[in-house]
Every structure is written in C-alpha cells, then in structure tokens.
Ligand binder design. Structure first.
Ligand code: AMP
Ligand code: ZN
Length: 114
C-alpha cells in the first residue's frame, strides 16, 4: 500500500478526522473507531512503514511504549493492567498496512489470545 492511499497517513495528515488523544513530532495516538475494550487507543509513528522492522527510525518504538504507559495512566488502566498489541501480517489480523500499536484496557483479557 502506498503512503498516498494509507488510511493512517491520512489520519496523521488530518485529511480524515479521528479522535486524536496525543501527538508530537514522531507519534500520533487516536481512539480506535471500533473499540474492543473500554479503552482502545492506536499509537502510530508518523513515518509510514508496514512493519516495525521497516521503520527507518526504530527509536520511535521505545517512545511509543512510553507514551502508551502515560496514556494508560491518564485513562486509569495502569493499575488494573492493559495490553499493547501489534498485529503483524495477515494471519495475525493486520488490516491496516501502517504499523500501529493497540493500547487496550478497562476489562479482563483472556490468554492465549484468539
Ligand atoms: P489491525 O487489525 O491490527 O490492522 O488494526 C486496525 C485497527 O484500525 C482496527 O482496530 C480498526 O478498528 C481501526 N480503524 C480502522 N479505521 C479506523 C479509523 N478511521 N479511525 C480509527 N481507527 C480505525
Ligand atoms: Zn501510512
């Protein structure tokens, strides 16, 4: 998928509206349109890449984990527990080809995941 047709690039560029809850020069976080838990936020690097290993700036991954932890505290799910999920490829359920980190919390999760 090219950057021009990428849904998350369009959200980052504010060409498509989204419930943005955080942004800085490297990262944007917005509410998932079909939440799978009371808190379901997507964190994305501004840089377009399908997978983490394709990112030129891999340092952004550590930054995303720190921001996710801050958002977890803000959303009062830090103490109860939360999940950070990356679906890598089709079998794992990746539907959008711009690497994204799901921050999920506010309910109990089963293990192993479905
Ligand atoms: P994945 O299946 O891991 O690729 O996750 C893609 C996620 O993007 C899903 O949880 C969708 O609900 C979410 N999503 C799709 N379109 C939008 C949108 N326009 N705004 C916010 N989230 C979206
Ligand atoms: Zn993109």
């Amino acid at each position: 998928m090219s950057l021009i047709s990428c849904l998350f690039c369009k959200i980052i560029a504010k060409e498509i509206p989204a419930g943005i809850v955080y942004e800085d020069e490297k990262v944007v976080a917005f509410k998932d349109i079909a939440p799978q838990a009371p808190t379901h936020i997507l964190l994305v690097p501004r840089e377009h890449a399908r997978f983490v290993e394709e990112l030129a700036d891999k340092g952004v991954v550590g930054r995303i984990y720190k921001i996710a932890a801050d958002l977890a505290r803000e959303n009062k799910i830090a103490d109860s527990g939360y999940r950070i999920v990356v679906n890598h490829g089709r079998a794992a359920g990746q539907a959008v080809d711009h690497v994204h980190f799901h921050l999920l919390g506010g309910r109990d999760f089963s293990w192993p995941p479905g």
